[in-house]
Design a protein around this ligand. Sequence first.
Ligand SMILES: [Zn+2]
Length: 105
Amino acid sequence: MKQSKKNRNENVLESCFFCNSYYSQDDFLMLEEQDQKNTVHVTCPKCNTSTLVFSSITNTGIVSLGIATDLDKNEVKKMFCNKAIDADDVLEMHELVYEKDALRV
Ligand SMILES: [Zn+2]
């Protein structure tokens, strides 16, 4: 397992990946909570960047992916209520991000 990748993934839920400010508990909004999957919206208190974080528990550990979004808490809440995002959508997003990561390394 790649140690560097693991560290980076953990940081997604700890600090903003644009300005590295640490989040506080109040900055998080839980959108979806399932057995092995969480979707969280977090807004950076410093640069105001909103990020959607998808966390999955896999057999290699917890994988968290952050994706920058223009939607604020209320908008994203509405989106999640109106249009259910199913596992396939999240999986697709995971694959997209992983592909990008793989190319960058
Ligand atoms: Zn920030």
